[in-house]
Design a protein around this ligand. Structure first.
Ligand SMILES: [Zn+2]
Ligand SMILES: [Zn+2]
Length: 138
């Protein structure tokens, strides 16, 4: 069993695909549900209003928005490419479509390189690449 320090509370825990421990994950989920509920009741709420009402830090709210797990109608999220107003994710539909085409090309080009992946370094620290799994439940 691999142990790791929780990124949030620094507690040692049996590592899963999450960089945070079970307790923190549960706390996160609870908060996430609260935010969703708040958004249902207050569809036009701004990020600072949501943060204030639920106690979820703005940074975390933004992360959920970028991951597409939350949507806000207040237009506070901008496409990273052209700056257009979006309600979740990183890019507007136009840019996403454009980049989808580019990505398809890049994927084909890197397919050859991916055939021989570099050896995994077991001592590699948890990086930002370790993403939380999208959990669609209920
Ligand atoms: Zn923790
Ligand atoms: Zn765009």
């Amino acid at each position: 069993m691999e142990m790791a320090n929780c990124r949030r509370c620094r507690k040692l825990f049996a590592r899963t695909s999450d960089p945070i421990c079970e307790d923190c994950r549960k706390a996160d989920e609870k908060l996430f549900e609260e935010v969703k509920k708040y958004l249902r009741d207050n569809p036009g709420a701004t990020l600072s209003q949501i943060s204030e009402a639920t106690g979820m830090p703005m940074k975390q709210l933004m992360a959920y928005l970028r991951e597409g797990r939350l949507e806000v109608a207040s237009g506070e999220l901008a496409c990273r490419q052209c700056g257009a107003e979006i309600s979740s994710g990183n890019f507007c539909n136009k840019c996403a479509a454009k980049m989808g085409q580019q990505l398809a090309g890049a994927a084909a080009a890197s397919a050859a390189a991916a055939a021989a992946p570099p050896p995994e370094d077991p001592n590699k620290p948890l990086s930002g690449q370790v993403k939380m799994h999208t959990q669609q439940k209920k």
